[in-house]
Write a protein that binds this ligand. Structure first.
Ligand SMILES: Cc1cc2nc3c(=O)[nH]c(=O)nc-3n(C[C@H](O)[C@H](O)[C@H](O)COP(=O)(O)O)c2cc1C
Length: 274
């Protein structure tokens, strides 16, 4: 993979495509990359590349693309984070190939996509993405949408990362190597750009928490914002690895003072954060 930081910086949702076909070799490249993706959760994700015309698929926000990737996963503990971690790796790989994507959980003909994915009882199809070459100019609708959700802005470092406990904003100079990685977490995409991730950094590691917004948990307990958490964890894991920072992934709650936020997962840093 080329510079992961650059891929993360350059990735933006693409909703306006130039109608070019995705070639058979690009499809094969994506499918074979997906087969090799590993996440710390060790939960299988199945993806398929789908032709819109063949399956009657559409998304009201997408123009100029008729190829989509959809994924499905068995519903179980941590399936949302696992899906986020997996699919973001795929999205970044596709970015490296020079193609565009948009994570889509809501604005699609969900029934048609679920049928094309043959989703069965106990499975979830959390998200899809269109796949193609970005058009030179965004549609008016896309431009308005991006402005509406302030898609280019992110929360400040000291609003979301904490030093030892939730009340204490982290200064970027305290742990420079970790701060570099956390800045790549900041740039992650999230549903409606809500950025629910928070992290507390201690001398032993980096511990991620979710700050819930209302309306993202469905009747079955499926929590869409935990997909965002998986994306944030993916950015942390990939960037730490690229920088040679050795970590051990953990689901054990370190019971820090996190202001009542729900613990999601942590990375214990070999040799400590300092
Ligand atoms: C889990 C998830 C679900 C999303 N669902 C949609 C969606 O239904 N429709 C859409 O247009 N964008 C969707 N997005 C894209 C976000 O709006 C976008 O990532 C965010 O505004 C930041 O913009 P950027 O991706 O260009 O950095 C989703 C993103 C994520 C991570």
């Amino acid at each position: 993979m080329s510079d992961i930081y650059e891929l993360i910086r350059e990735r933006k949702s693409v909703r306006t495509f130039d109608n070019e076909e995705v070639t058979p070799s690009q499809r094969e490249n994506i499918l074979s990359y997906a087969r090799e993706i590993k996440t710390p959760y060790d939960i299988d994700v199945e993806i398929r590349i789908l032709d819109g015309g063949m399956h009657g698929l559409s998304s009201p926000v997408i123009v100029g693309a008729d190829t989509f990737i959809a994924g499905k996963i068995r519903q179980q503990a941590h399936a949302e984070e696992a899906f986020g971690y997996f699919f973001e790796q795929l999205v970044l790989h596709i970015q490296e190939m020079g193609l565009g994507t948009t994570w889509i959980a809501g604005t699609m003909d969900r029934k048609a996509f679920e049928e094309a994915m043959e989703v069965t009882e106990g499975e979830k199809m959390p998200c899809i993405t269109p796949l193609g070459v970005a058009a030179e100019k965004r549609s008016v609708r896309e431009t308005m949408m991006r402005a509406g959700i302030r898609a280019d802005s992110r929360k400040r470092f000291d609003e979301i990362f904490f030093d030892g406990s939730a009340g204490m904003p982290l200064s970027e100079s305290r742990y420079p190597a970790i701060s570099k990685v956390l800045n790549a977490v900041r740039l992650a995409p999230s549903a409606v750009n809500k950025q629910p991730w928070r992290a507390v950094v201690t001398e032993s590691g980096v511990y991620f928490y979710i700050k819930h917004d209302k309306g993202y948990v469905d009747k079955s307990g499926w929590d869409m914002q935990k997909i965002d958490m998986g994306i944030a964890l993916c950015h942390f894991g990939l960037c730490a690895e690229a920088d040679g920072i050795r970590t051990t992934f953990t689901l054990d709650d370190p019971e820090l003072d996190a202001g009542g936020l729900e613990f999601i997962a942590g990375f214990i840093i070999d040799g400590g954060t300092v």
